[in-house]
Design a protein around this ligand. Structure first.
Ligand code: PL4
Length: 404
């Protein structure tokens, strides 16, 4: 018999999002007539726009011709897409050869965890996207794990809540090899300022740590003073790498396209460039993003395509405004929802799974319980603005009735 990987046994519960789907399914089975509205998993809902669809169709048609057919491409991505990302999204502050095109930010997170290996120690924002912790645990980045206490010595939780303006107290944080930082944050919607990111960069530099900056929601930042990339901040190239995605920017959650940026200056302790190992991992464990999808990505970044992308972002942001306004009028303490597609609401006097169940079974609205994002998420619920406008409007009416 094959021994079970002990790291998987260390995961305390099932992965958050399948658990939500399971509970939603149970409610549907009990209430087959109910119309369930999902403001839960952050999954885009609106059709892709004309120009982007045309480019995808054209790419497919090309595959049916001798001239247009292509097989495996470069694992790092098509040269013209790498160039376009560097030029359009980073305005030249990163080089095309530092951009690695992928099948999404979640997949890149997993490959990064493989690259850093089981001995790496980790710090995460609390609350944050659960893949950082769960993926680290699967890799064994748990340090001195104590079975009884279910504690991971190798993982530091950096509390980021309203009491510290959603930015961690770095003076109290022990050194770790890696620091995950997501801005705009999932789930709180908090966006770090340039000054805060500078503090984080200086902290990483002092500790010789590497910052993994997740900018998956950067396209939702409307305040021009707020940085959309860690590379807008001085000193970042020696300490940080960035992951990002077309998922929330262009509605590509199912299409699958993302990228990472690993600057040439970022090095391991022995002087090896991180990009050298990243290239090795990417070329070994990944065979490149779909060539069809990369054409779609290029279309998103053309001038016309990017206007369509911005329109879609505006649509979801208007949903966020509707949700935030309603929750605020209901007297809830609400964060996010401005430079982010998520609203983060305190459910006074309730546990977050309890509030999740109440909203699901009474209003038939799916949310995401805050505790799923880390201990500091307890007592909160996340509302996603990814949904059809009619559904969002109906959902807030139901919330007013049941929670208001
Ligand atoms: C549900 C901070 C959503 N089944 O689509 P990707 O892989 O390019 O991006 C994933 C991702 C990366 N970084 C952050 C994210 O929030 C996400 C997506 N998060 C959510 O509701 O929190 C979708 C989650 C998906 C999952 O398990 O990741």
């Amino acid at each position: 018999m094959v021994e079970r990987n002990p790291n998987l046994a260390k995961l305390r519960a099932g992965y958050l999002f399948p658990e939500i789907a399971r509970r939603k399914k149970a409610v549907i089975e009990e209430n087959p007539e109910a119309k369930i509205i999902s403001l839960g998993i952050g999954d885009t809902t609106e059709p892709l726009s004309g120009g982007i669809v045309s480019s995808l169709v054209e790419a497919c048609r090309g595959m049916g011709t001798l001239e247009g057919y292509s097989g495996y491409g470069a694992e790092q991505g098509m040269g013209d897409l790498r160039e376009k990302i560097a030029e359009k999204l980073y305005r030249g502050i990163v080089k095309p050869e530092e951009v690695y095109v992928s099948d999404g930010a979640k997949c890149d997170t997993g490959r990064l965890q493989v690259m850093f290996g089981a001995e790496a120690t980790v710090a995460v924002q609390d609350p944050s996207y659960p893949v950082y912790v769960d993926g680290s645990v699967i890799l064994g980045q748990t340090g001195g794990y104590n079975d009884d206490a279910s504690q991971f010595d190798g993982i530091e939780y950096m509390r980021c809540d309203a009491s510290n303006n959603f930015f961690p107290d770095l003076s109290a944080l022990p050194r770790t090899d890696l620091i995950y930082f997501c801005s705009p944050n999932n789930p709180t919607g908090a966006v770090a300022t340039k000054e805060q990111l500078k503090e984080l960069i200086d902290f990483a530099k002092k500790n010789r740590s590497i910052l993994i900056f997740d900018a998956a929601y950067s396209a939702y930042i409307e305040d021009p003073e707020l940085p959309r990339s860690i590379f807008e901040v001085e000193g970042s190239r020696e300490v940080a790498l960035e992951i990002n995605s077309f998922s929330k920017m262009a509605g590509f959650t199912g299409v699958r396209l993302g990228w990472s940026v690993v600057p040439q200056e970022l090095k391991f302790e022995d002087g090896t460039p991180v990009s050298k190992d990243w290239n090795r991992v990417v070329t070994t464990l990944f065979n490149g993003a779909s060539n069809l999808v990369q054409k779609g990505g290029l279309a998103c970044l053309s001038d016309a395509g990017y206007s369509e992308v911005e329109e879609m972002i505006h649509y979801y942001k208007t949903n966020a405004t509707i949700i935030k306004k309603a929750l605020t009028e209901m007297g809830l303490e609400v964060y996010g929802g401005v430079n982010s597609p998520y609203c983060w609401a305190r459910m006074e006097g309730k546990g977050s799974w309890e509030a999740f169940e109440e909203i699901l079974t009474q209003a038939f609205v799916v949310t995401t319980p805050g505790a799923g994002f880390g201990p500091a998420g307890e007592g909160f619920v996340r509302f996603s603005s990814f949904g059809h406008r009619d559904d969002v409007e109906e959902a807030v009416e139901r919330l007013r009735k049941h929670l208001g």
